[in-house]
Design a protein around this ligand. Structure first.
Ligand code: ADP
Ligand code: MG
Length: 211
């Protein structure tokens, strides 16, 4: 049995057409079924539905052979025990530093002020500010980061942006793009060695169906 871990929502929705092009159909849809293990039309392939940020953990420990995870999540996880052979080009967005429209962050930074930064992405954020020699105090949040600058929890946020509509709706602006984000196919390193003949064709199939 080959096990592929992925999250429902955006990643599942953008993966399904790729799987279909590879001749693979899930037997159920995660929004309609409460099942967390979904069979496919391939008797030797099943899907695990897990939280986006848990996908690398399932693959790292071999509970899943393969997974699909955002590069944002992979940076936070660190990538131990994982190969990342294919950038699938799906769930594309960008990681950005954002602030309230009326806050002059550029001047604060120039004057060496300490910034309070709210984010779900501690590793990415720590690295970004360290590389620029900017003093930052990080506050970990799990969602709705856009709220933090509006209520004085933080000066700025580091979050994913796609259209910018959520930022705009909350009176925020993108101060700087930190980097592009897309989802990658990840593989357990030991699985790939031990079950190369089973897994490599699937890795190749994904590589041929990237967006
Ligand atoms: P969760 O809310 O559990 O983090 P999402 O479905 O919102 O799950 O996000 C899963 C992944 O999809 C993220 O890790 C990221 O790589 C990507 N993603 C998140 N937000 C966007 C977006 N606005 N546009 C495109 N991709 C996104
Ligand atoms: Mg989300």
């Amino acid at each position: 049995m080959i096990t592929l871990a992925l999250s429902k929502g955006r990643i599942f929705d953008e993966t399904t057409p790729m799987l279909a092009a590879m001749g693979i159909e899930p037997l159920e849809h995660p929004e309609k079924s409460r099942k967390l293990i979904l069979g496919t039309n391939r008797p030797d392939l099943r899907l695990l539905i897990v939280r986006a940020s848990d996908v690398p953990t399932y693959v790292q420990y071999g509970a899943a052979d393969l997974g699909i995870a955002g590069s944002d999540v992979l940076v936070e996880h660190g990538g131990d025990g994982l190969y990342q052979p294919v950038d699938l080009g799906i769930a594309k967005c960008r990681m950005s530093l954002c602030a309230a429209q009326d806050l002059d962050v550029e001047t604060m930074i120039r004057r060496g002020a300490r910034l309070r930064v709210a984010t779900k992405y501690l590793q990415t954020t720590r690295r970004y500010f360290a590389d620029r020699g900017i003093h930052a105090d990080l506050i970990k949040l799990y969602g709705s980061m856009e709220l933090a600058p509006l209520v004085g929890l933080a000066d700025v946020i580091v979050d994913l942006v796609s259209t910018g509509a959520t930022l705009k709706a909350n009176g925020l602006r993108e101060v700087e793009v930190i980097g592009p984000v897309s989802s990658r196919l990840i593989v357990n390193q030991a699985s790939l060695k031990l079950r190369y003949d089973q897994l490599e064709p699937l890795v190749q199939a994904f590589a041929q169906h990237t967006k």
